[in-house]
Design a protein around this ligand. Structure first.
Ligand SMILES: *[C@@H]1O[C@H](CO)[C@@H](O)[C@H](O)[C@H]1NC(C)=O
Ligand SMILES: *[C@@H]1O[C@H](CO)[C@@H](O)[C@H](O)[C@H]1NC(C)=O
Ligand SMILES: *[C@@H]1O[C@H](CO)[C@@H](O)[C@H](O)[C@H]1NC(C)=O
Ligand SMILES: *[C@@H]1O[C@H](CO)[C@@H](O)[C@H](O)[C@H]1NC(C)=O
Ligand SMILES: *[C@@H]1O[C@H](CO)[C@@H](O)[C@H](O)[C@H]1NC(C)=O
Length: 206
């Protein structure tokens, strides 16, 4: 299928209502921004004058906001949390979570959800639920993978997108890694003519 690029006249006619709409959106946005700005300015001026003396150089300082509102009830809790966060732990969890391909809606994905639930229960959460939902996703067909081609006027292929992603590290070499695919469209073939780039045709196989 060939897609015709709109002529300039059509574009101009179509732009008029859109421009009007854009102007109204811009006006509404400006009003909202001005309103918030004035609100903050009044708030600052009203609170600042009484409480400037209370601000101490240590701890969190938010000029104009009462210190009582922002200070920790128990400062040791914050310290404990910060101490418990270790980059090695984050790396280990991320490695665990991304170790196996787990495309949404597959049994591997469900297995990972169950592992996560068990993990949260194991670390002490009282209640963890998994909420099932319909995954509206199309899946690649390994025998007929998606690809994008760049064709010239004579249908000669100038470029073909790779069918599989390159394996950069050995741990990426897994059997159920899906090939690159367009997840949000129905299967089919699409031709798009790029008029500005010397009549090159892009062929998309989905
Ligand atoms: C990830 O962690 C869960 C539970 O902590 C464990 O059951 C699972 O085997 C781990 N997966 C990998 C790939 O290490
Ligand atoms: C994958 O493509 C082949 C060839 O067109 C087709 O026979 C098969 O039914 C497709 N598989 C799926 C799951 O759509
Ligand atoms: C297409 O083919 C014709 C005739 O075979 C040739 O003259 C022309 O140069 C080709 N065009 C391109 C872009 O390769
Ligand atoms: C791409 O990967 C799939 C699944 O691992 C494999 O069956 C297929 O042969 C590979 N295709 C290419 C072109 O490497
Ligand atoms: C991936 O693993 C297969 C079998 O385990 C091996 O034959 C292949 O050479 C490996 N590919 C890469 C790029 O490491």
């Amino acid at each position: 299928m060939m897609y015709q690029v709109y002529s300039t006249e059509t574009m101009v006619v179509e732009k008029k209502p859109a421009a009007k709409k854009m102007f109204i959106y811009a006006l509404v946005l400006l009003t909202v921004v001005l309103g918030i700005g004035i609100g903050i300015a009044i708030g600052r001026l009203a609170i600042c004058s009484h409480e400037k003396r209370e601000l101490k150089p240590d701890g969190v300082l938010l000029p104009g906001i009462s210190e009582a509102l922002i200070k920790d009830g128990d400062p040791t809790i914050g310290d404990d949390l910060i101490q418990a966060i270790k980059s090695e732990n984050i790396a280990e969890y991320l490695r665990n979570l991304t170790n196996e391909p787990h495309l949404a809606g597959t049994s591997a994905d469900k297995r990972q959800a169950e592992e996560l639930r068990d993990f949260w229960l194991h670390v002490g959460l009282d209640h963890v639920t998994i909420t099932p939902y319909k995954v509206l996703l199309s899946y690649p067909n390994n025998t007929e993978p998606n690809f994008v081609q760049l064709l010239d006027n004579n249908q000669t292929i100038l470029y073909n997108s790779p069918l599989n992603e390159t394996i950069i590290r050995p741990e990426e070499n897994k059997t159920d890694v899906v090939p690159p695919f367009n997840a949000y469209s129905a299967p089919g073939d699409e031709y798009v003519r790029i008029t500005l780039v010397l009549f090159i045709v892009i062929y998309i196989h989905l």
